[in-house]
Design a binder for this molecule. Structure first.
Ligand SMILES: Nc1ncnc2c1ncn2[C@@H]1O[C@H](COP(=O)(O)OP(=O)(O)OP(=O)(O)O)[C@@H](O)[C@H]1O
Ligand SMILES: [Mg+2]
Length: 210
């Protein structure tokens, strides 16, 4: 199964979601390959830290730029789960990745600036679906305020209602320090002490497998 994590805006949390899902699936006993298709190399750097520190379970990591669909198909035959992290823009990696993926996870913060990118994203998705009509497109809200006093719309169904191509996930990833803390350690939040972050990633993984 190939899960591609994309956005057309930088910084909503694609890499954060990618590495945390990779750890959760690996802990479930799945063979996981993380594909870093962003020349910023954030996921690859996290992976190098994980390897250096000898963290278990081990996760495979491949770096590939440019046209990535054939690489993804090859990896799909060798791993249970392939998680692809691309750059926060309309890129060749994102477009070619979409033609191979089973699931596209569109990651957005609860901000108008992120929502504004979704019309263009919908066009790109439509083009990819000419080649890959089975692509399952899911919307994930990330960095939602964790302060209960802030009543921002974070229900993805309501938030993404204007974008029928993107099927909202019930899981919402909140803004939590744990997500920042684990990255430098080569860990995922499911290996960390914050139970709320751990529950979010486990719930996301379960929804994607349902
Ligand atoms: N849920 C979260 N809670 C707290 N901080 C977060 C969360 N998600 C991401 N961040 C922080 O926001 C910043 C951007 O996250 P990340 O690098 O995962 O985003 P990205 O979408 O991969 O960015 P890019 O488009 O540059 O690849 C990082 O500093 C990260 O630690
Ligand atoms: Mg990134």
């Amino acid at each position: 199964m190939i899960i591609l994590i994309g956005s057309q805006k930088g910084g909503p949390g694609k890499t954060t979601v990618a590495v945390n899902l990779a750890v959760e699936f690996a802990r479930q006993g799945k063979d996981v390959c993380l594909v870093d298709a962003d020349n910023q190399r954030s996921a690859a750097r996290w992976h190098a830290d994980r390897e250096e520190q000898g963290r278990q379970p081990a996760i495979a990591c491949v770096e590939k730029l440019g046209t990535i669909n054939q690489t993804l198909h090859d990896l799909d035959g060798r791993y249970d789960i392939v998680i692809v992290d691309v750059a926060g823009k309309d890129s060749k990696e994102m477009r070619t990745g979409m033609t191979a993926a089973d699931t596209l996870l569109v990651v957005v913060r609860p901000s108008q600036l992120d929502l504004d990118t979704l019309d263009h994203m919908t066009e790109v998705i439509d083009q990819a679906m000419d080649f890959n009509p089975e692509l399952d497109v899911r919307g994930l809200i990330t960095q939602a305020p964790s302060n209960p006093a802030i009543t921002e719309r974070t229900d993805a169904g309501e938030y993404l209602a204007d974008y029928p191509r993107i099927r909202p996930l019930e899981t919402v990833i909140h803004e939590r320090k744990a997500y920042r803390d684990v990255i430098g350690e080569g860990l995922g939040v499911v290996e960390w002490s914050n139970q709320k972050a751990k529950a979010e990633i486990q719930s996301l993984a379960a929804e994607l497998m349902a």
